[in-house]
Every structure is written in C-alpha cells, then in structure tokens.
Ligand binder design. Structure first.
Ligand code: KIV
Length: 263
C-alpha cells in the first residue's frame, strides 16, 4: 500500500519505526521499494555521492528534479521525498513554490528543505498551496561553510533554539522533520514534544524514524562515512539483503545504537 504523510503520522502514534533511505536512480529506487522502505529521499547528498563534490552546495533544482523523476519511476509504494537544493527556496516564498512544483511534477510526494524558524513563513506558504513539506534541522549541510564544517548541532545553549525550530516548523504545517547530527537526548525531547514524525540521522534511537545515505550504508562511498552511519553490507550477501537488514534493524530498534549517536 502506498505510504503517505498520513501513514507516517499513524506510524508515529503507534510507535512503529519509520524507515527512509536515500536513492537517486530507478534501479536502486525499485530495490528499496521492494524491500519495504517507507520513504526514499532523493537527497541533495547526490552532490557528494553521485557527482563527487565535497558538499551539496553545487546541486541545482534541475538536477534534483531529474533524479526525483528517475526515482519516482522505480517506486510503487514508498513515499518519494524530493530535496530542495541550496539557492532554490531562500530568495522568496514564490521562488520556493515554483521550485517545489518542479519536484512535485517530477514525482515527489513531499519536498524537503533545510531550516527551522527562518523557514517558517516559506513552509506555511507552501503548505497553504498544497505542498507537503518536510523540514530539516540540526546539521544542515547546505550551510556547511557557515557552520564551519559537518558538526554536531544543538549542544549546550543551542538546544533551546533547536527545540524552538522544531516547534516552529510543526506549527507552520510541516509533515515531518529530519534531525541531523543532534545529541540523542535533545532529539528524544523534540520527538516527544512534536506530533509530526522526526526522522533522525545521527540523532539517536528515539526518533520516530531513521534515514541514511545509501552509499554510506552500502559501504561504497570512497570517502570516510560519518560515525552515525553503518555499513549494512557487512554480513550481507547482496544489496537487497543489506537493505532488508537495515529495515529490520530500524523497525526492531537495533539501529542506531549508542555508537551511532552523540551526547
Ligand atoms: O541529502 C540528504 O541525503 C539528506 C539526508 C542526509 C537527510 O538530507
């Protein structure tokens, strides 16, 4: 059965863990869909794992739409989440809407954009016009140069701000929020506070769901993978088995462990 935003909300309320992975093409999308993944994120991580850049900053809306289209063709049941790249939504709410339409016309059911309080007006504008929006807070890789690197966010005094960001995006109508590289206790507090699902990546086991970059979890990215990732090809005989093990471990609470989380 097709996974929708309603499905995700129901899964949160029933304590059923949500599984996301990234993918950027038809074949992997079909494989993930067959493994029963709940959502496929066509992340702007494609700038790194597909294009070989050091950051997602060079990715354009045309490239994001192209990969969303490829993924959408491979999917029967999974929710397709298209990623709004750097510069495609920050200029104005109208610019954000025009580019969200491009991703939806390419097959995205939900669009994701980075930012909390600062994006609240844009999120509200999109939601009022029929766009399902997933926010992304914590480590927001499009701002890597401003953040001074890929670093854990929300420690110490910054925790209050991150909680406010999460509440702000929920109030603006976001249907989910990705928490990236956030201390596990803070991610747990945010998850308990929100009615929308939290999808963690380096945010501990208490999030409502988990997402990883496909190339990291298959151990095929040539550069070092982050501490919060895990190579699921270890002990698996095929890519399909590795993905099935990821789904099993997230659903069963075996992934992530404390080794993949931050204090
Ligand atoms: O682009 C991406 O793959 C992402 C995930 C890291 C959440 O945004």
């Amino acid at each position: 059965m097709a996974v929708t935003v309603t499905t995700l909300k129901k899964m949160k309320s029933e304590g059923d863990k949500i599984t996301w992975l990234t993918a950027y093409d038809y074949s992997f999308a079909a494989l993930l869909d067959s493994a029963g993944i709940d959502a496929i994120l066509v992340g702007d991580s494609l700038g790194m794992v597909i294009q070989g850049h050091d950051t997602p900053v060079p990715v354009t809306i045309e490239q994001s739409a192209y990969h969303t289209e490829c993924v959408a063709r491979g999917v029967e049941n999974a929710m397709v989440v298209g990623d709004m790249p750097f510069g495609s939504y920050q200029v104005s709410k109208e610019q954000a809407y025009e580019n969200a339409v491009k991703l939806m016309q390419a097959g995205a059911h939900v669009i994701k954009l980075e930012g909390g309080e600062l994006q609240v007006e844009t999120i509200r504008f999109l939601v009022e016009r029929g766009v399902a929006v997933c926010a992304h807070i914590g480590l927001t890789p499009q701002s890597v140069h401003q953040l001074g690197g890929f670093k854990v966010q929300g420690r110490g005094a910054a925790a209050k701000r991150l909680l406010e960001d999460a509440i702000g995006v929920e109030r603006a109508g976001a249907c989910a929020v990705v928490l990236e590289a956030v201390p596990q206790k803070l991610a747990s507090d945010i998850t308990n506070k929100l009615t929308i699902p939290t999808i963690g990546i380096g945010a501990g086991a208490d999030c409502d769901g988990q997402v990883l970059v496909l190339q990291d979890m298959l151990g095929i990215y040539p550069k070092p993978s982050p501490k919060f990732s895990k190579n699921f090809m270890v002990g698996a005989e095929s890519v399909a088995e590795a993905v099935a093990n990821y789904v099993r471990d997230v659903k069963g609470g075996q992934f992530p462990t404390a080794d993949h989380a931050f204090d």
